[in-house]
Write a protein that binds this ligand. Structure first.
Ligand code: KE4
Length: 445
């Protein structure tokens, strides 16, 4: 995504310290950030450097306070610095940071994940969602003895070479690289289809079923903005993979413990063969995981032959934060409350845009949602990609000026935490009404 040019009128409020910090960072770190999503490339201007987080709030180094709807891109469903997570980390820290040897905390978190996620009987922890999806794909290929992986346009599964690909010249042809450094050979084993397109999926299986090792899918898409699955789509995924001996991989790095305690597979009642997790299960520390039926997972080294390893996998501090997060979610069961506050927010944002005369639609599942500057419906990437990203950028900065920190791209999901109360929601909706009116005036001028 190229950098969007934003009119000076909506350029960010004066952030002297952030600006200086960004200039310094760019001398040492590519683009001044350790993940491109943070660089504000899709909204223009410069990223804000954060001093600290507290509950539903972020504070930048220039002293500005924001209601935070990024939540570290999903992990912080309990908000920043939840007391139980902080206490668990303090307690773990007293015993050390890493041992390179097994600890009981890894088994405890594994038991929590297995108890929560219906299709998982055995799980392996890694350090990121990318590691989880990369490992799950390798396992699917080893288990089936096949090569081809199907993914969907608009779905993101981390920076795995074989998934950094774009659709081939036609939906029927295998993929092509969409990052320098990804080889044609790597891309050739991936097929990119349209999300929610049952006919396309059936056609692909009709043509190459015996080559398909697995299908990896965001069961609720978050990386093209929030796009829910059609019930027929999830059922077709399960039916076709089952019928042809391919593995269905639900990438629940974002939806796991987000849309329900048992993830999208519990919400929609569709059981995958493998599930990848991340974000929430680490409570803000680096954790990923992949899991599934024991008869599949036992193929992973050292019980099986599929290689996968990691120095800090199962790190004691990350396990402590994950255990505290999941036990708190299990005890408090905030999902109904999160659903209703997110619905309220979604309709408030939509009202704001429409009352300002801006074409808009909103998708919301559980506590993830996206306001699209697109009349809707938005059911796949070809819909989402038609959204007005320039208007989104203007909206983004108008909201920053009013103390609301949104994901810095039209193609990301907002996340509501258990710390977002009526007060934060009311303030956000009020800010959105003012912001949309300003955007509409800019459009008119
Ligand atoms: P990580 O390697 O970033 O932990 O996870 C990759 C990943 C895998 N699967 C899904 C469904 C994901 O959403 C992600 C990562 N999500 C992005 C935000 N949309 C992370 C933000 C970033 O890249 O900085």
């Amino acid at each position: 995504m190229g950098r969007v040019q934003v009119e000076r009128s909506v350029m960010p409020l004066r952030n002297q310290k952030s600006s200086e910090a960004f200039a310094r960072a760019r001398k040492r770190i590519p683009g001044g950030v350790n993940s491109p999503a943070r660089a504000f490339g899709a909204v223009g201007g410069e990223p804000l450097f954060i001093e600290r987080g507290e509950g539903a709030y972020l504070f930048d180094i220039d002293g500005h306070q924001y209601i935070d709807y990024v939540g570290s891109w999903g992990p912080l469903i309990l908000g920043h610095r939840h007391p139980k997570v902080v206490a668990a980390l303090r307690e773990a820290l007293e015993r050390g940071t890493s041992f390179g040897a097994p600890t009981e905390a890894e088994t405890q978190l594994a038991e929590l994940v297995i108890e929560a996620v219906p299709s998982i009987e055995m799980v392996r922890f890694v350090n990121s969602g990318t590691e989880a999806t990369m490992s799950a794909i390798r396992l699917a290929r080893a288990y089936t003895g096949r090569d081809v992986i199907i993914k969907f346009a608009g779905n993101y599964h981390g920076h795995v070479d074989s998934l950094l690909v774009a659709a081939g010249s036609s939906a029927a042809t295998l993929a092509v690289p969409n990052s320098p450094g990804v080889t044609e050979g790597t891309a050739r084993d991936t097929l990119v289809l349209e999300y929610n397109d049952v006919a396309g999926l059936e056609e692909a299986f009709g043509r190459m079923a015996d080559r398909i090792a697995g299908v990896i899918v965001e069961p609720v898409a978050g990386n093209m903005g929030c796009v829910p699955p059609s019930p027929e789509f999830l059922q077709a995924l399960r039916r076709l993979t089952q019928a042809h001996g391919s593995l269905l991989i639900f990438d629940e790095v974002m939806t796991g413990f987000r849309v329900a305690y048992g993830g999208a597979q519990q919400l929609y009642g569709v059981m995958p063969d493998l599930t990848t997790l991340g974000k929430i299960i680490g409570g803000g520390l680096p954790v990923g995981a992949y899991g599934g039926r024991a008869e599949i997972m036992e193929h992973v080294l050292p019980s099986g032959k599929v290689f996968q390893a990691g120095t800090l996998s199962g790190n004691p501090l990350a396990m402590a934060a994950g255990i505290a997060t999941l036990t708190t979610l299990r005890e408090t069961n905030p999902y109904e409350a999160l659903e209703s506050s997110s619905q309220r927010l979604a309709s408030g944002l939509l009202d704001a845009a429409r009352q300002a005369g801006l074409p808009a639609s909103v998708n919301q599942v559980g506590s993830m949602l996206t306001l699209f500057f697109h009349p809707g419906p938005v059911n796949n990437w070809s819909d989402a990609s038609k959204a007005d990203t320039r208007r989104f950028a203007q909206f983004f900065w108008e909201m920053i000026k009013r103390g609301v920190y949104l994901p810095c791209s039209q193609f990301e999901a907002m996340f509501v935490s258990t710390c977002h109360t009526e007060r934060e929601l009311d303030q956000t909706i009020q800010a959105a009404h003012q912001a949309c009116l300003r955007v509409a005036q800019q459009v008119a001028s």
